[in-house]
Write a protein that binds this ligand. Structure first.
Ligand code: IPM
Ligand code: MN
Length: 369
């Protein structure tokens, strides 16, 4: 298996967590005899500082030539005063649009070992396994018109969707649900917004092609509550862009930390992989960042771009093993619990690497027998 991966580490903790993720991908390549090559590029605040642009042409050209893009994080307080189209985040939105992936998959899983890391009671989070399918190229993020008139003190953003944009992301949600627990929960605000009425009507139509999958509709405000109350009720959750942004951060509470959440964006020319957490400039360079979100994102690269499902599962199992053994970065440590060992970003990456190497060695030994 050959795979060319663009690595855009970005800002803040982006480079340190991405480094751990690429280490894991290198290990998988080496252990499995695959050829993964990595091409580095600038994005975000780092790119603005070095080139004046949050997404330099060289980065985009390189990304479009790769099989997958692995991104760290963008965002730097230094640029807070700039208008949205000049900020580091603009680079992220531009590359999302250019790569064309419209379905952003964000799994939210409750790890047994972390049941004490979540402020929710263990009986609420037990066995939760939600997959958010967030539409990534439409809605308020990209709709026109958009402006801020400083004279009149008026500003506007537009939530716009076409039927086709809804159909294609809904199909992804139903396909994924077909291989899971056969349920799609579609989120909207159809009691107030016309866009949501179109969303609901379209998703209902698409559902007819998937008779084995149950479809339910939830209004976004009550969905925000249900996710905390009865997260176990949800399998695949389909949302428009901004609702998915908000709800997926909220669902981080189930896992115990935003630092644990991976994502993959599929459906375009090149798949884009990024942990859900941001650049966390306050802890950058301190060794406190949790690399597991980035490492689990690497597992999604293996699953969705390399078709190496077994290796993806091996990475996820290695993460589980390390958590079960009690190793914790600062964000998932709860006080001074017995049986827990605090570790740095780098140590956590190394532990996952070791656990992975052991499991792949075992697999190969079994095949050799
Ligand atoms: C995310 C982030 C981004 C988004 C920002 C950094 C533009 O919050 O990936 O969830 O809003 O999509
Ligand atoms: Mn977000």
């Amino acid at each position: 298996m050959r795979l060319k991966i663009a690595v855009l580490a970005g800002d803040g903790i982006g480079p340190e967590v991405t480094h751990q993720a690429t280490n894991i991908l290198r290990a998988v390549a080496e252990l499995g005899g695959h050829e993964f090559t990595f091409v580095e590029g600038l994005i975000g605040g780092t790119a603005i500082t070095k080139t004046g642009s949050p997404l330099p042409t060289a980065t985009l050209d390189a990304a479009l030539e790769c099989d997958a893009v692995l991104l760290g994080a963008v965002g730097d307080n230094k640029f807070n005063a700039l208008p949205p189209d000049k900020r580091p985040e603009a680079g992220l939105l531009q590359i999302r649009q250019a790569l064309g992936g419209f379905a952003n998959l964000r799994p939210s899983i409750a790890y047994t070992a972390l049941s004490e890391s979540s402020p929710l009671r263990p009986e609420v989070t037990k066995d939760v396994d939600i997959l958010f399918v967030r539409e990534l190229l439409g809605g308020l993020y990209f709709g026109a018109p958009r402006w801020w008139d400083r004279e009149s003190n008026e500003a506007i953003n537009t939530m716009r969707y076409t039927r086709d944009e809804i159909v294609r992301v809904a199909r992804v949600a139903f396909e994924l649900a077909s291989n899971r627990r056969q349920k799609v929960t579609s989120v909207d605000k159809a009691n107030v917004l016309e866009v949501s009425q179109l969303w609901r009507a379209t998703v209902t139509e698409v559902a007819k092609d998937y008779p084995s999958v149950t479809l339910e509709h939830q209004l976004v405000d009550s969905m925000a509550m249900h996710i905390m109350n009865i997260p176990r009720n949800f399998d695949v959750v389909l949302t428009e862009n901004l609702f998915g942004d908000i709800l997926s951060d909220e669902a981080g509470v189930i896992t115990g930390s935003l630092g644990m959440l991976p994502s993959a964006t599929i459906g375009g020319a090149v798949n884009l992989y990024e942990p859900v957490h941001g650049s966390a400039p306050d802890i950058a360079g301190t060794g406190k960042a949790n690399p597991l979100g980035a490492i689990l994102t690497a597992a999604m690269v293996l699953r969705h771009s390399a078709n190496l499902e077994q290796d993806a599962k091996a990475v996820e199992a290695a993460v589980n093993k390390v958590l079960n053994a009690g190793y914790r970065t600062a964000d998932i440590a709860r006080g001074q619990q017995p049986g827990q060992t605090p570790v740095s970003t780098q140590e956590m990456g190394k532990l996952v690497h070791q656990a992975l190497a052991e499991s792949i060695d075992r697999r190969q030994a079994m095949h050799a027998v």
